[in-house]
Design a protein around this ligand. Structure first.
Ligand SMILES: [Fe+2]
Length: 274
């Protein structure tokens, strides 16, 4: 079904592959979801969810416990280390919910092969996690991952909005010959990539299955002041820290940076009543 239907009509996927193989920009309608969901305008249909994609290279077992799974990778936006070899690459974009509003505080855990196609399975080279900022944006600084047998070029990522399930997926590069033969490849996960003076700049927007009501962004609505207490948005709490909110005291269960909407009574996975 990937190439032609029994009636001879070329399928959507085949057209897309042909377009990609020819180095043409595939029409957005063929992509299933725009690579950049931010291009949707008000009134358009809800964006399609970013699909799952997994090839077994996942070092972290799936977990949905608490507001976040616990990645083993370091907290860092750059995977470059001294002596890192490879073509420099940045991957940036936004994470949106179902109403196409950006989501702050989304955990993104990236991992990839080095320039020779090898994963570091003992340390944390080319592994790192970060959180979307208040605008729902992320940016990864890394290198173009190398190829390894059986797969096209890809970057792994797990995403989790606070208190939501983990999405395990991959990002792909356009104009890669192996995109046509890799059975795991999904064109909905293609990044847009441009070359700027030897540095590749890639962009991709994720859409997570997070219910949202259309309207102003959370930063515009979450202006409620805490009803007294030491808890404050923007504070970096560690496990074991204590804070008061509206009278009662709470103990922090998991290190995090507090933000509006994560008040202790709202997130029992982060705060336990003393
Ligand atoms: Fe992989």
């Amino acid at each position: 079904m990937d190439h032609e239907t029994s009636t001879g009509h070329v399928t959507r996927k085949a057209v897309l592959r042909a377009a990609l193989a020819a180095g043409m920009a595939a029409p957005a309608v063929l992509m299933g979801v725009p690579a950049l969901a931010r291009t949707l305008t008000a009134g358009e249909a809800a964006p399609a969810l970013t699909p799952e994609c997994d090839d077994g290279d996942d070092p972290t077992p799936p977990q949905t416990e608490g507001p976040y799974f616990k990645p083993n990778s370091p907290l860092r936006t750059s995977l470059l280390e001294s002596g890192t070899v490879g073509v420099r690459l940045t991957v940036s974009g936004y994470v949106f919910g179902l109403a196409c509003r950006p989501i702050a505080g989304v955990l993104l855990d990236f991992w990839q092969a080095d320039t020779n196609g090898a994963y570091d399975n003992t340390g944390f080279r080319f592994r790192g996690h970060q959180f979307t900022d208040a605008q729902g944006a992320f940016k990864l600084t890394t290198i173009v991952p190398g190829l390894y047998p059986g797969r096209t070029r890809h970057i792994h990522v797990k995403l989790q909005a606070p208190g939501r399930p983990v999405l395990t997926t991959q990002l792909y590069f356009p104009n890669e010959p192996r995109n046509n033969t890799d059975t795991i490849f999904d064109p909905r996960l293609l990044m847009t990539v441009r070359d700027t003076g030897g540095v590749r700049e890639a962009a991709f927007d994720f859409v997570l299955n997070v219910p949202q009501t259309p309207g102003p962004t959370p930063t515009a609505t979450a202006t409620t002041q805490p009803p007294g207490g030491s808890w404050a948005a923007g504070t970096a709490y560690r496990a074991g820290d204590t804070a008061t909110y509206g009278g009662p005291g709470y103990v922090c269960l998991q290190a995090h940076t507090a933000q509006a909407g994560w008040e202790p009574p709202n997130v029992p996975a982060l705060w336990r009543l003393r």
